[in-house]
Design a protein around this ligand. Structure first.
Ligand code: C2E
Ligand code: CA
Ligand code: CA
Length: 750
């Protein structure tokens, strides 16, 4: 028996895929976010490079252009000064205006020897004298005769000028000036601070710094930071080695990415740029990436949930298949075992092993589909008495188990049996056929159980079942220890029967023949073949015992075939010797009779053994009148059409009615021993026996009296025209060899 663990559809196993999927998604999210960031950092470093390069280009180009322009300007000033010198001694405001005009100068002044402006091209500044710290003052007192000043603001002006001065031999002095606003702007624009300011206008750049060789911020788009010292050794070392250093930093709560780009433009004292980028620009990217991952996750979760639902349903179905019987819908044997295991320590349990005893016959008569409906109906009916402590299970094909827990006393058990009898009392109506069900129940009471005794318990219940009376419609039996040894004997008998059948061993199973005497002639009219069994281990076993076992163990058909073969061989032997009108009656189980190939089997055996069909008689009990009447009767008709005669055995013990008997295709009625035993003692019985004989004759049947033991019985039967007699009065069943001696005695020499 399979011992199943409790299997239930569990949701727990699906947690692992959930965790794995979530973990995977988180890792993917992390890796992708990291990639986005790294990519961003790389791009920013690249950008940093470009910025540095463009700064150096701007610087070099700007400086180059300014230098050229300045040189040209200086040349022009120098030449103009020399031209102005030529007018020495002839200066006047008008001349200065004309000269300035032709030379393209913006300002022109002549200082007298005192160093005071005497003439001007603009009418302005006449009488003005430079202070001691003014460049003109420095020139006057200096040694140079000619000088070109750097671009500077006019003394009293916002505008920038390029001035030049020349000394004349008379002590006077000429100053000229060209408005150099554009040149100055050019210079201004190439100043590092301006470049940084311009570039920092890019929205992603938060700040741009220029650092000098001692890593001091010398220019910055945030001028407040000018003068700050960079201290990080790591950054300084990277920059010194020409590497861009990047790091994540935070300013005022905002995350930034900061890079330091080495810079080697020699003319300026700049050794590095610091560029700070806002990380805000990558945030949407990361957010989008996270969202995508979440969408993906949701899809995967949905798919998982759907598959969980699907497989949960499938599991449930599997559980249904594994623990429930599909035919009756009842929980099956595995469920029963589980239930018993669950309640191991409960006291006062009982198992009712319920068997539908005639289900085989029903199956064979109406087909398995019909039989299944009978079983289902049986289950449905018994189910109505289920309660918290009473549960019904399907055990094997033809058995159900009612499991009762916590019963109070034995009376409760009888009460349940009574309830079952009540619900099963009404005949079953299936496909409009009313069916009498024969129920046998084996009951076993038990207290605590241990694992290994579950099998034993169920076996014991089955044993008790085996001890019920076959002839009642509802019968039960309680298990007791004696049954166990009986069961062992039964198993031994079964084993021996199998050997006899498989080896056709007629030393184990053989036939004895009891004569049947004709009342009129007192001669032997025929024999009844009675099966005998004996073995070394068991000694003699009565046919009542082993035939019943063979029927239960489904051995009756092969056994019956073997018996028929031996009996037919005996017929052939009788014929050979000349007894060609003696009949031999063979007992046949109803189970065998209703086999589809029964008639063919008999005919085949007759042919094989060379026996005459007219000498073969088959004895059947009246149970066939109750079960499957129509089918059995059809079989009988077929047999009789082949010359085989039919006897109805044990007449009067069952449910037979003369009504039915008139329809049944038989030749002979065998009146049961019970009637014969009592004919001389009980008036009623003797009256009944007489009646049976006369009615049988009215129906055209011959009568055989069984168990005739006394002369009184014989006389009575003779008086009442019983056709044939069988019993110990004449002879017990004897072996084949003795038959011939007996025949000589009764029938004379043939
Ligand atoms: P049965 O068919 O009614 O057989 C008659 C039984 O009555 C035989 O018992 C026989 O020995 C016994 N008997 C005969 N005369 C007397 C008598 O004067 N007094 C008493 N007390 N008994 C008498 P047996 O041989 O023990 O057989 C018992 C039953 O076993 C048979 O009852 C029959 O139902 C069954 N049986 C025997 N052989 C076979 C067989 O080959 N096939 C089948 N299916 N059943 C068989
Ligand atoms: Ca018989
Ligand atoms: Ca009989």
């Amino acid at each position: 028996m399979i011992r199943a663990k409790n299997r239930k559809a569990s949701i727990r196993i699906y947690i692992i895929p959930f965790v794995i999927v979530t973990l995977f998604a988180s890792i993917i999210l992390m890796v992708m976010t990291n990639n986005i960031k790294n990519n961003f950092y790389e791009i920013k470093k690249e950008e940093g490079h470009k910025i540095a390069r463009s700064v150096s280009t701007i610087l070099s180009h700007g400086i180059e252009a300014s230098t050229t322009i300045l040189e040209l300007l200086e040349d022009k000033l120098e030449n103009s000064l020399k031209v102005a010198q030529a007018y020495s001694g002839n200066y006047s405001d008008e001349i200065l205006i004309e000269l300035a005009d032709t030379l393209g100068l913006d300002e022109m002044y002549v200082y007298n020897s005192e160093g005071v402006i005497e003439y001007s091209n603009s009418d302005k500044y006449i009488g003005w004298k430079p202070a001691w710290n003014h460049p003109v003052y420095a020139f006057k007192n200096g040694r140079d005769d000619i000088e070109i000043d750097r671009i500077r603001q006019g003394s009293d002006s916002e505008l920038f000028y390029k001035y030049g001065y020349i000394k004349n031999s008379d002590g006077t002095m000429v100053q000229i000036g060209i408005l150099a606003e554009k040149v100055n702007q050019l210079f201004e624009s190439t100043s590092i601070q301006n470049i940084l300011d311009d570039m920092a206008r890019d929205s992603s750049i938060i700040r741009l710094d220029a650092l000098d060789s001692s890593y001091l911020i010398t220019a910055s788009s945030d001028e407040d930071l000018i003068g700050y010292q960079l201290n990080s050794e790591e950054i300084i070392s990277d920059v010194k080695n020409g590497k861009i250093h990047g790091r994540i930093n935070s300013i005022g709560g905002e995350d930034i990415y900061e890079i330091f780009v080495p810079f080697d433009y020699e003319d300026n004292n700049i050794s590095a740029f610091g560029i700070q980028y806002s990380l805000r620009e990558i945030q949407p990217l990361i957010r989008r990436n996270t969202l995508n991952t979440i969408y993906g996750l949701v899809i995967v979760y949905l798919a998982l949930i759907l598959s969980i639902i699907a497989s949960y349903k499938r599991d449930k179905k599997l559980v249904q298949v594994a623990y429930f019987d599909t035919l009756t819908g009842l929980p099956n044997t595995e469920s029963l075992v589980n239930r018993l295991n669950e309640n191991k320590y409960r006291k006062n349990n009982a198992i009712f092993m319920i068997k539908c005893a005639n289900i085989n016959l029903i199956n064979q008569a109406y087909g398995y589909e019909y039989g299944d409906k009978v079983l289902k109906e049986l289950g449905d009916k018994i189910r109505t008495i289920e309660s918290k402590d009473i549960k019904l299970f399907r055990f094997t094909d033809d058995k159900l188990v009612l499991y009762l827990q916590n019963y109070e006393d034995e009376e409760e058990l009888f009460f349940i049996l009574k309830k079952m009898e009540d619900v099963l009392h009404q005949p079953f109506r299936i496909n409009n056929i009313s069916q009498q069900i024969i129920i046998r129940i084996g009951v076993i009471k038990f207290n605590e159980i241990s694992q290994e005794t579950i099998d034993q318990l169920l076996k014991k219940a089955t044993i008790a079942l085996g001890y019920t009376d076959m002839h009642k419609n509802f019968n039960y039996n309680f298990y007791n220890e004696d049954m166990e040894s009986a069961i062992n004997r039964e198993e031994k008998i079964e084993r021996e029967l199998r050997v006899a059948i498989n080896k056709e061993d007629t030393s184990i199973v053989y036939l004895a023949y009891q004569p049947i005497v004709d009342t009129k002639t007192s001669e032997i009219d025929g024999f009844e073949a009675l099966a005998r069994m004996s073995s070394e281990e068991l000694g003699h076993v009565s046919p009542a015992e082993f035939i019943e076992i063979a029927e239960r163990k489904q051995l009756i058909i092969p056994l019956s075939k073997l018996i028929l073969k031996v009996a037919c061989t005996f017929i052939a032997d009788l014929t050979k010797v000349g007894y060609n009108n003696l009949s031999v009656a063979v007992n046949i189980s109803s189970i065998h009779l209703i086999q589809e190939d029964f008639v063919n089997t008999v005919l085949k055996i007759l042919e094989e053994t060379g026996a005459n069909s007219n000498q073969l008689e088959l004895e059947l009990t009246e149970t066939i009148m109750v079960e499957n009447f129509q089918l059995a009767n059809d079989r009988l008709k077929e047999l009789r059409s082949n010359g085989i005669r039919i006897s109805l055995d044990d007449f009067g013990t069952g449910y037979s009615s003369f009504d039915r008997l008139s329809e049944l295709s038989v030749d002979t009625l065998k009146i049961d021993r019970h009637f014969i035993n009592n004919i001389t003692e009980t008036r009623n019985v003797s009256y009944l026996t007489k009646e049976i004989i006369s009615i049988a004759h009215i129906l055209g049947l011959k009568t055989v009296a069984e168990g005739v033991e006394s002369d009184a019985q014989r006389s009575y039967l003779e008086e009442n025209n019983c056709d044939k007699l069988q019993g110990y009065l004449f002879s017990k069943a004897i072996p084949k060899e003795e038959v011939f001696i007996l025949l000589k005695k009764y029938n004379g020499i043939k």
